[in-house]
Design a protein around this ligand. Structure first.
Ligand code: ASP
Ligand code: MG
Length: 470
Protein backbone atom coordinates (compact mmCIF):
# COMPACT_ATOMS: atom_id res chain seq x y z
CA UNK A 1 0.00 0.00 0.00
CA UNK A 2 1.25 3.46 -0.88
CA UNK A 3 2.12 6.14 1.61
CA UNK A 4 1.70 9.83 1.06
CA UNK A 5 2.74 12.74 3.27
CA UNK A 6 0.73 15.92 2.73
CA UNK A 7 1.58 19.23 4.32
CA UNK A 8 -0.71 22.22 4.70
CA UNK A 9 0.86 25.64 5.26
CA UNK A 10 -0.36 28.51 7.42
CA UNK A 11 -2.87 29.97 4.97
CA UNK A 12 -4.08 26.45 4.15
CA UNK A 13 -5.19 26.12 7.79
CA UNK A 14 -5.71 29.85 8.36
CA UNK A 15 -9.51 29.88 8.58
CA UNK A 16 -12.40 27.47 9.08
CA UNK A 17 -12.98 27.37 5.32
CA UNK A 18 -9.36 26.60 4.63
CA UNK A 19 -9.25 23.90 7.31
CA UNK A 20 -12.39 22.27 5.91
CA UNK A 21 -10.82 22.33 2.48
CA UNK A 22 -7.57 20.81 3.80
CA UNK A 23 -9.56 18.11 5.59
CA UNK A 24 -11.57 17.31 2.46
CA UNK A 25 -8.39 17.02 0.38
CA UNK A 26 -6.74 14.79 2.96
CA UNK A 27 -9.75 12.53 3.32
CA UNK A 28 -10.01 12.26 -0.48
CA UNK A 29 -6.35 11.33 -0.80
CA UNK A 30 -6.73 8.70 1.90
CA UNK A 31 -9.44 7.06 -0.18
CA UNK A 32 -7.10 7.08 -3.24
CA UNK A 33 -3.73 6.27 -1.69
CA UNK A 34 -4.50 4.23 1.39
CA UNK A 35 -2.14 5.69 3.93
CA UNK A 36 -1.79 9.45 4.37
CA UNK A 37 0.15 11.40 6.98
CA UNK A 38 -0.97 15.01 7.33
CA UNK A 39 1.58 17.58 8.52
CA UNK A 40 0.31 21.05 9.40
CA UNK A 41 1.59 24.55 10.09
CA UNK A 42 0.18 26.88 12.68
CA UNK A 43 -2.74 29.03 11.50
CA UNK A 44 -1.28 31.90 9.46
CA UNK A 45 0.26 34.63 11.61
CA UNK A 46 0.09 32.64 14.85
CA UNK A 47 3.82 31.92 15.11
CA UNK A 48 4.51 35.64 14.63
CA UNK A 49 2.05 36.52 17.39
CA UNK A 50 3.51 33.98 19.80
CA UNK A 51 6.99 35.32 19.18
CA UNK A 52 5.77 38.88 19.62
CA UNK A 53 4.32 37.87 23.00
CA UNK A 54 7.54 36.38 24.28
CA UNK A 55 9.55 39.30 22.93
CA UNK A 56 7.44 41.83 24.77
CA UNK A 57 7.74 39.70 27.90
CA UNK A 58 11.52 40.12 27.86
CA UNK A 59 10.87 43.80 28.53
CA UNK A 60 8.87 42.90 31.63
CA UNK A 61 5.48 43.17 29.91
CA UNK A 62 3.22 40.30 30.97
CA UNK A 63 0.02 41.83 29.59
CA UNK A 64 0.63 41.62 25.83
CA UNK A 65 0.95 37.86 25.95
CA UNK A 66 -2.40 37.62 27.75
CA UNK A 67 -4.05 39.69 25.07
CA UNK A 68 -2.46 37.57 22.37
CA UNK A 69 -3.58 34.40 24.14
CA UNK A 70 -7.19 35.53 24.15
CA UNK A 71 -7.07 36.56 20.48
CA UNK A 72 -5.59 33.17 19.58
CA UNK A 73 -8.17 31.32 21.65
CA UNK A 74 -11.04 33.18 19.98
CA UNK A 75 -9.65 32.43 16.55
CA UNK A 76 -9.18 28.72 17.25
CA UNK A 77 -12.53 28.45 19.02
CA UNK A 78 -14.53 29.96 16.22
CA UNK A 79 -12.67 27.89 13.61
CA UNK A 80 -13.40 24.74 15.63
CA UNK A 81 -17.06 25.66 15.87
CA UNK A 82 -17.36 26.39 12.16
CA UNK A 83 -15.60 23.17 11.26
CA UNK A 84 -18.29 21.29 13.16
CA UNK A 85 -15.93 19.64 15.59
CA UNK A 86 -17.79 16.82 17.27
CA UNK A 87 -16.01 16.59 20.62
CA UNK A 88 -14.49 19.28 22.80
CA UNK A 89 -11.28 17.36 23.66
CA UNK A 90 -9.33 19.29 21.03
CA UNK A 91 -10.44 22.66 22.35
CA UNK A 92 -9.67 21.67 25.92
CA UNK A 93 -6.15 20.97 24.77
CA UNK A 94 -5.93 24.25 22.82
CA UNK A 95 -6.99 26.11 25.96
CA UNK A 96 -4.34 24.33 27.96
CA UNK A 97 -1.70 25.34 25.39
CA UNK A 98 -2.84 28.97 25.48
CA UNK A 99 -2.42 28.81 29.27
CA UNK A 100 1.06 27.39 28.79
CA UNK A 101 1.89 30.35 26.54
CA UNK A 102 0.79 32.85 29.19
CA UNK A 103 2.70 31.00 31.92
CA UNK A 104 5.90 30.85 29.85
CA UNK A 105 5.65 34.55 29.03
CA UNK A 106 5.02 35.39 32.66
CA UNK A 107 8.20 33.68 33.75
CA UNK A 108 10.08 35.42 30.96
CA UNK A 109 8.62 38.74 32.15
CA UNK A 110 9.92 38.07 35.66
CA UNK A 111 13.38 37.05 34.49
CA UNK A 112 13.42 39.64 31.69
CA UNK A 113 15.26 37.15 29.61
CA UNK A 114 14.15 34.55 27.07
CA UNK A 115 16.60 31.77 26.35
CA UNK A 116 16.54 30.18 22.87
CA UNK A 117 15.04 27.13 24.53
CA UNK A 118 12.10 29.08 25.97
CA UNK A 119 11.54 30.86 22.67
CA UNK A 120 11.25 27.50 20.90
CA UNK A 121 8.83 26.20 23.53
CA UNK A 122 6.67 29.25 22.85
CA UNK A 123 7.05 29.10 19.05
CA UNK A 124 5.98 25.44 19.05
CA UNK A 125 2.53 26.25 20.44
CA UNK A 126 0.91 27.33 17.16
CA UNK A 127 1.34 23.96 15.47
CA UNK A 128 0.44 22.16 18.69
CA UNK A 129 -2.87 24.04 18.58
CA UNK A 130 -3.64 23.75 14.87
CA UNK A 131 -3.31 19.94 14.78
CA UNK A 132 -6.39 19.74 16.97
CA UNK A 133 -8.43 21.78 14.52
CA UNK A 134 -7.37 19.76 11.50
CA UNK A 135 -7.86 16.42 13.24
CA UNK A 136 -11.26 17.66 14.48
CA UNK A 137 -12.28 18.78 11.00
CA UNK A 138 -11.31 15.37 9.59
CA UNK A 139 -13.40 13.60 12.21
CA UNK A 140 -16.30 15.93 11.49
CA UNK A 141 -16.39 14.62 7.91
CA UNK A 142 -16.22 11.02 9.04
CA UNK A 143 -12.48 10.32 8.68
CA UNK A 144 -10.47 8.78 11.50
CA UNK A 145 -7.74 11.17 12.59
CA UNK A 146 -5.55 11.76 15.59
CA UNK A 147 -3.38 14.78 16.48
CA UNK A 148 0.30 13.93 17.00
CA UNK A 149 3.01 16.15 18.53
CA UNK A 150 6.22 15.90 16.50
CA UNK A 151 8.24 16.10 19.72
CA UNK A 152 7.82 12.33 19.84
CA UNK A 153 8.56 11.92 16.13
CA UNK A 154 11.35 14.25 14.97
CA UNK A 155 14.55 13.97 17.02
CA UNK A 156 16.89 16.95 16.57
CA UNK A 157 20.12 18.43 17.85
CA UNK A 158 19.91 21.22 20.43
CA UNK A 159 20.31 24.19 18.06
CA UNK A 160 17.18 25.93 19.23
CA UNK A 161 15.53 28.03 16.55
CA UNK A 162 17.28 26.21 13.73
CA UNK A 163 17.54 22.59 14.79
CA UNK A 164 18.70 19.80 12.49
CA UNK A 165 17.07 16.37 12.57
CA UNK A 166 19.04 13.29 13.58
CA UNK A 167 17.98 10.89 10.82
CA UNK A 168 18.44 7.44 12.44
CA UNK A 169 16.69 8.35 15.66
CA UNK A 170 13.95 10.18 13.82
CA UNK A 171 13.43 7.19 11.59
CA UNK A 172 13.03 4.85 14.57
CA UNK A 173 10.69 7.19 16.45
CA UNK A 174 8.61 8.19 13.46
CA UNK A 175 8.05 4.60 12.45
CA UNK A 176 7.25 3.47 15.99
CA UNK A 177 4.81 6.32 16.51
CA UNK A 178 3.15 6.71 13.12
CA UNK A 179 3.06 3.30 11.43
CA UNK A 180 0.68 1.73 13.99
CA UNK A 181 -1.69 4.70 13.62
CA UNK A 182 -1.65 4.30 9.85
CA UNK A 183 -2.10 0.53 10.15
CA UNK A 184 -5.30 1.10 12.09
CA UNK A 185 -6.69 3.19 9.23
CA UNK A 186 -6.29 6.48 11.09
CA UNK A 187 -4.76 9.69 9.70
CA UNK A 188 -2.02 11.08 11.94
CA UNK A 189 -2.16 14.90 11.91
CA UNK A 190 1.38 15.87 12.87
CA UNK A 191 2.72 19.27 13.97
CA UNK A 192 5.11 20.72 11.40
CA UNK A 193 8.04 22.98 12.31
CA UNK A 194 8.92 21.31 15.61
CA UNK A 195 10.87 18.43 17.08
CA UNK A 196 12.63 17.64 20.31
CA UNK A 197 16.12 16.77 21.44
CA UNK A 198 16.80 13.21 22.56
CA UNK A 199 16.15 14.30 26.14
CA UNK A 200 12.86 15.95 25.30
CA UNK A 201 13.51 19.69 24.95
CA UNK A 202 11.25 21.21 22.29
CA UNK A 203 13.09 22.58 19.25
CA UNK A 204 12.04 24.29 16.01
CA UNK A 205 13.46 23.73 12.55
CA UNK A 206 13.61 27.41 11.55
CA UNK A 207 10.85 29.69 10.28
CA UNK A 208 8.82 28.12 7.51
CA UNK A 209 10.08 24.74 8.69
CA UNK A 210 6.86 22.76 8.25
CA UNK A 211 7.85 21.89 4.68
CA UNK A 212 11.05 20.48 6.06
CA UNK A 213 9.07 18.48 8.65
CA UNK A 214 7.01 16.90 5.88
CA UNK A 215 10.14 15.83 3.99
CA UNK A 216 11.80 14.53 7.17
CA UNK A 217 8.74 12.45 8.03
CA UNK A 218 8.36 11.31 4.41
CA UNK A 219 11.96 10.11 4.38
CA UNK A 220 11.62 8.38 7.76
CA UNK A 221 8.52 6.48 6.61
CA UNK A 222 9.81 5.75 3.08
CA UNK A 223 6.83 7.62 1.64
CA UNK A 224 6.18 7.47 -2.10
CA UNK A 225 5.59 11.20 -2.39
CA UNK A 226 5.42 14.35 -0.29
CA UNK A 227 2.84 16.94 -1.33
CA UNK A 228 3.22 20.50 -0.11
CA UNK A 229 -0.13 22.28 -0.16
CA UNK A 230 0.20 26.04 -0.22
CA UNK A 231 -1.66 29.12 -1.47
CA UNK A 232 -0.05 29.35 -4.91
CA UNK A 233 -0.38 27.05 -7.93
CA UNK A 234 3.20 25.83 -7.86
CA UNK A 235 6.71 27.03 -8.57
CA UNK A 236 6.55 29.88 -11.06
CA UNK A 237 8.92 30.97 -13.82
CA UNK A 238 9.25 34.29 -11.96
CA UNK A 239 7.49 36.25 -9.27
CA UNK A 240 4.21 37.16 -11.03
CA UNK A 241 4.27 40.58 -9.37
CA UNK A 242 7.49 41.30 -11.26
CA UNK A 243 6.95 39.49 -14.55
CA UNK A 244 3.41 39.54 -15.86
CA UNK A 245 3.86 36.50 -18.09
CA UNK A 246 5.01 34.28 -15.24
CA UNK A 247 3.55 30.78 -15.26
CA UNK A 248 3.70 27.55 -13.28
CA UNK A 249 6.56 25.16 -14.05
CA UNK A 250 5.11 21.65 -14.38
CA UNK A 251 8.27 19.61 -13.71
CA UNK A 252 11.56 20.49 -12.06
CA UNK A 253 14.53 18.41 -11.02
CA UNK A 254 15.76 18.53 -7.45
CA UNK A 255 18.88 20.42 -8.43
CA UNK A 256 16.81 23.07 -10.19
CA UNK A 257 14.46 23.28 -7.23
CA UNK A 258 17.40 23.64 -4.86
CA UNK A 259 18.75 26.63 -6.79
CA UNK A 260 15.29 28.19 -6.81
CA UNK A 261 14.63 27.64 -3.15
CA UNK A 262 17.93 29.22 -2.16
CA UNK A 263 17.56 32.11 -4.55
CA UNK A 264 14.30 33.56 -3.50
CA UNK A 265 11.39 31.49 -4.81
CA UNK A 266 9.78 31.31 -1.41
CA UNK A 267 7.54 28.33 -2.06
CA UNK A 268 9.64 25.83 -0.21
CA UNK A 269 11.89 25.84 2.82
CA UNK A 270 15.32 25.28 1.21
CA UNK A 271 16.24 22.33 3.41
CA UNK A 272 13.13 20.40 2.41
CA UNK A 273 14.89 19.05 -0.61
CA UNK A 274 17.67 17.15 1.08
CA UNK A 275 15.76 14.35 2.85
CA UNK A 276 13.62 13.94 -0.27
CA UNK A 277 16.66 13.61 -2.58
CA UNK A 278 18.36 11.17 -0.27
CA UNK A 279 15.38 8.83 -0.41
CA UNK A 280 14.37 9.58 -3.99
CA UNK A 281 10.95 10.81 -2.89
CA UNK A 282 8.96 12.84 -5.38
CA UNK A 283 7.71 16.17 -4.18
CA UNK A 284 4.67 18.05 -5.40
CA UNK A 285 3.72 21.63 -4.73
CA UNK A 286 -0.01 22.20 -5.02
CA UNK A 287 -2.65 24.81 -4.29
CA UNK A 288 -5.05 24.01 -1.43
CA UNK A 289 -7.58 26.37 -2.92
CA UNK A 290 -7.33 24.94 -6.46
CA UNK A 291 -7.00 21.21 -5.83
CA UNK A 292 -7.62 20.38 -9.50
CA UNK A 293 -4.44 22.26 -10.55
CA UNK A 294 -1.58 19.77 -11.07
CA UNK A 295 0.98 22.12 -9.51
CA UNK A 296 4.72 21.51 -9.78
CA UNK A 297 6.28 18.07 -9.59
CA UNK A 298 9.87 17.86 -8.35
CA UNK A 299 11.68 14.71 -9.39
CA UNK A 300 15.08 13.19 -8.71
CA UNK A 301 15.95 12.55 -12.36
CA UNK A 302 17.54 15.47 -14.18
CA UNK A 303 15.10 16.87 -16.70
CA UNK A 304 15.96 16.68 -20.40
CA UNK A 305 17.46 19.84 -21.77
CA UNK A 306 14.42 20.83 -23.76
CA UNK A 307 14.53 24.42 -22.60
CA UNK A 308 17.38 26.45 -21.32
CA UNK A 309 16.30 28.80 -18.59
CA UNK A 310 13.29 27.67 -16.61
CA UNK A 311 12.96 30.37 -14.01
CA UNK A 312 14.32 33.68 -12.78
CA UNK A 313 14.51 34.66 -9.15
CA UNK A 314 15.76 37.59 -7.15
CA UNK A 315 16.99 38.12 -3.61
CA UNK A 316 17.52 41.65 -2.35
CA UNK A 317 18.82 43.39 0.76
CA UNK A 318 22.32 42.08 0.19
CA UNK A 319 25.86 43.46 0.27
CA UNK A 320 28.81 42.66 -1.93
CA UNK A 321 32.06 42.39 0.00
CA UNK A 322 35.30 42.76 -1.93
CA UNK A 323 38.81 41.89 -0.80
CA UNK A 324 41.13 43.55 -3.24
CA UNK A 325 44.89 43.74 -3.75
CA UNK A 326 47.59 43.07 -6.27
CA UNK A 327 49.69 41.32 -3.64
CA UNK A 328 47.10 38.54 -3.33
CA UNK A 329 48.11 36.98 -6.63
CA UNK A 330 49.43 33.46 -6.18
CA UNK A 331 49.43 33.68 -2.39
CA UNK A 332 47.82 30.54 -1.00
CA UNK A 333 45.50 30.75 1.96
CA UNK A 334 43.93 34.16 1.39
CA UNK A 335 40.60 32.67 0.42
CA UNK A 336 40.68 30.30 3.38
CA UNK A 337 41.43 33.15 5.78
CA UNK A 338 38.82 35.35 4.17
CA UNK A 339 36.05 32.81 4.58
CA UNK A 340 37.35 31.77 7.97
CA UNK A 341 36.78 35.33 9.13
CA UNK A 342 33.32 35.35 7.58
CA UNK A 343 32.43 32.10 9.32
CA UNK A 344 33.57 33.47 12.68
CA UNK A 345 30.91 36.15 12.57
CA UNK A 346 28.32 33.58 11.46
CA UNK A 347 27.48 35.32 8.19
CA UNK A 348 25.79 33.36 5.43
CA UNK A 349 27.53 33.64 2.06
CA UNK A 350 25.11 33.53 -0.88
CA UNK A 351 27.52 33.75 -3.76
CA UNK A 352 31.27 33.88 -4.38
CA UNK A 353 33.19 35.13 -7.37
CA UNK A 354 36.89 35.40 -8.10
CA UNK A 355 38.44 36.16 -11.45
CA UNK A 356 41.56 34.27 -12.48
CA UNK A 357 43.63 37.43 -12.19
CA UNK A 358 43.24 36.77 -8.45
CA UNK A 359 43.31 40.47 -7.72
CA UNK A 360 40.06 40.38 -5.84
CA UNK A 361 37.65 38.01 -4.20
CA UNK A 362 34.09 39.13 -3.86
CA UNK A 363 31.15 37.53 -2.19
CA UNK A 364 27.62 38.38 -1.20
CA UNK A 365 26.16 38.41 2.31
CA UNK A 366 22.88 39.72 3.76
CA UNK A 367 23.18 43.47 4.28
CA UNK A 368 22.99 43.34 8.10
CA UNK A 369 26.10 41.10 8.08
CA UNK A 370 28.18 43.49 5.97
CA UNK A 371 29.59 45.63 8.76
CA UNK A 372 30.64 42.77 11.06
CA UNK A 373 32.10 40.88 8.10
CA UNK A 374 34.24 43.84 6.97
CA UNK A 375 35.45 44.30 10.53
CA UNK A 376 36.31 40.60 10.89
CA UNK A 377 38.19 40.72 7.58
CA UNK A 378 40.14 43.79 8.59
CA UNK A 379 41.18 41.99 11.78
CA UNK A 380 41.84 38.62 10.14
CA UNK A 381 43.86 40.10 7.27
CA UNK A 382 45.54 42.86 9.29
CA UNK A 383 49.02 41.72 8.36
CA UNK A 384 48.31 41.65 4.62
CA UNK A 385 46.62 45.03 4.83
CA UNK A 386 49.62 46.42 6.68
CA UNK A 387 52.01 45.03 4.07
CA UNK A 388 49.75 46.36 1.32
CA UNK A 389 49.37 42.86 -0.16
CA UNK A 390 45.72 43.61 0.23
CA UNK A 391 44.76 47.16 -0.63
CA UNK A 392 41.32 47.25 0.83
CA UNK A 393 38.29 45.43 2.07
CA UNK A 394 35.02 47.12 1.31
CA UNK A 395 31.32 46.54 1.00
CA UNK A 396 28.79 47.75 -1.49
CA UNK A 397 25.27 47.83 -0.08
CA UNK A 398 21.83 47.79 -1.70
CA UNK A 399 22.55 45.04 -4.14
CA UNK A 400 20.53 42.04 -5.30
CA UNK A 401 21.26 38.67 -6.84
CA UNK A 402 19.25 37.76 -9.90
CA UNK A 403 19.51 34.09 -10.83
CA UNK A 404 18.51 32.29 -13.99
CA UNK A 405 17.88 28.63 -13.24
CA UNK A 406 17.52 25.64 -15.54
CA UNK A 407 19.37 22.35 -15.98
CA UNK A 408 18.99 22.78 -19.74
CA UNK A 409 21.65 25.49 -19.61
CA UNK A 410 24.20 22.74 -19.11
CA UNK A 411 26.10 22.29 -22.31
CA UNK A 412 23.89 24.76 -24.21
CA UNK A 413 26.19 27.42 -25.59
CA UNK A 414 25.06 30.99 -25.83
CA UNK A 415 22.71 31.14 -22.88
CA UNK A 416 24.94 33.44 -20.88
CA UNK A 417 25.46 35.76 -23.83
CA UNK A 418 21.73 36.08 -24.39
CA UNK A 419 21.16 36.85 -20.73
CA UNK A 420 23.95 39.40 -20.56
CA UNK A 421 22.94 40.87 -23.91
CA UNK A 422 19.39 41.44 -22.72
CA UNK A 423 20.60 43.17 -19.59
CA UNK A 424 23.06 45.26 -21.59
CA UNK A 425 20.35 46.46 -23.90
CA UNK A 426 18.40 47.70 -20.91
CA UNK A 427 21.52 49.41 -19.55
CA UNK A 428 21.61 47.21 -16.48
CA UNK A 429 25.08 47.01 -15.07
CA UNK A 430 26.21 43.56 -13.92
CA UNK A 431 28.51 43.97 -10.94
CA UNK A 432 29.57 40.32 -10.57
CA UNK A 433 28.69 36.95 -12.03
CA UNK A 434 28.82 33.39 -10.75
CA UNK A 435 27.97 30.11 -12.36
CA UNK A 436 28.19 26.88 -10.44
CA UNK A 437 29.89 24.00 -12.19
CA UNK A 438 26.56 22.19 -12.16
CA UNK A 439 25.63 24.80 -14.78
CA UNK A 440 22.17 24.71 -13.32
CA UNK A 441 22.07 28.44 -12.63
CA UNK A 442 23.76 31.71 -13.50
CA UNK A 443 23.69 34.37 -10.79
CA UNK A 444 24.27 38.04 -11.40
CA UNK A 445 24.86 40.75 -8.85
CA UNK A 446 23.10 43.98 -9.78
CA UNK A 447 22.11 47.16 -7.97
CA UNK A 448 18.88 46.68 -6.06
CA UNK A 449 17.30 49.43 -8.15
CA UNK A 450 17.98 47.39 -11.33
CA UNK A 451 16.84 44.05 -9.94
CA UNK A 452 13.21 44.06 -11.01
CA UNK A 453 13.99 45.23 -14.52
CA UNK A 454 16.63 42.50 -14.75
CA UNK A 455 14.08 39.85 -13.75
CA UNK A 456 11.67 41.10 -16.41
CA UNK A 457 14.33 41.16 -19.12
CA UNK A 458 15.55 37.65 -18.43
CA UNK A 459 12.02 36.35 -18.06
CA UNK A 460 11.00 37.80 -21.42
CA UNK A 461 14.05 36.27 -22.97
CA UNK A 462 13.45 32.82 -21.57
CA UNK A 463 9.77 32.74 -22.47
CA UNK A 464 10.66 31.79 -26.02
CA UNK A 465 13.37 29.34 -25.08
CA UNK A 466 11.41 27.51 -22.50
CA UNK A 467 9.08 24.85 -23.76
CA UNK A 468 5.89 24.49 -21.73
CA UNK A 469 5.59 20.99 -20.35
CA UNK A 470 9.32 20.53 -20.02
N1 ASP B 1 4.56 28.17 11.73
C1 ASP B 1 5.94 28.22 11.37
C2 ASP B 1 6.30 29.60 10.84
O1 ASP B 1 5.44 30.47 10.75
C3 ASP B 1 6.34 27.14 10.44
C4 ASP B 1 5.65 27.12 9.10
O2 ASP B 1 4.62 27.75 8.91
O3 ASP B 1 6.14 26.42 8.21
O4 ASP B 1 7.43 29.85 10.55
MG1 MG C 1 5.96 28.07 4.22
Amino acid sequence: MGLLVVKFGGTSVGSADAIRQAAAITAGLTADHGRVVCVVSAMSGVTDQLLRGVRSATGGDAVTSQQIASVLLDRHRSAALECGMITSDGMVEVERLAGEFVALCQSVAVLREATPRVIDAVASLGERMSVHLVAGALKAIGADAVPVDAMGVVVTDARFGDAAPIPEETRARARARLLPILASGTIPVVTGYIGATADGAITTLGRGGSDYSAAIIGAALDADEVWIYTDVDGVMTADPRLASGARVIPVLSYSEMAELAYFGAKVLHPRTIRPAIEKGIRLRIRNTFKPEHPGTLVVTEPQPATGTVKAVTVVGNLSLITVEGRGMVGVPGIAARTFGAVARVGANVLMISQASSEQSICFVVPEPSAEPVVKALEDGLALELHRRDIDRVWSQNKIAIVSAVGAGMRGTPGVASRIFGALGQSHINIIAIAQGSSECSVSMVVAETDAHAAVRQIHDLTAGLWTPGS
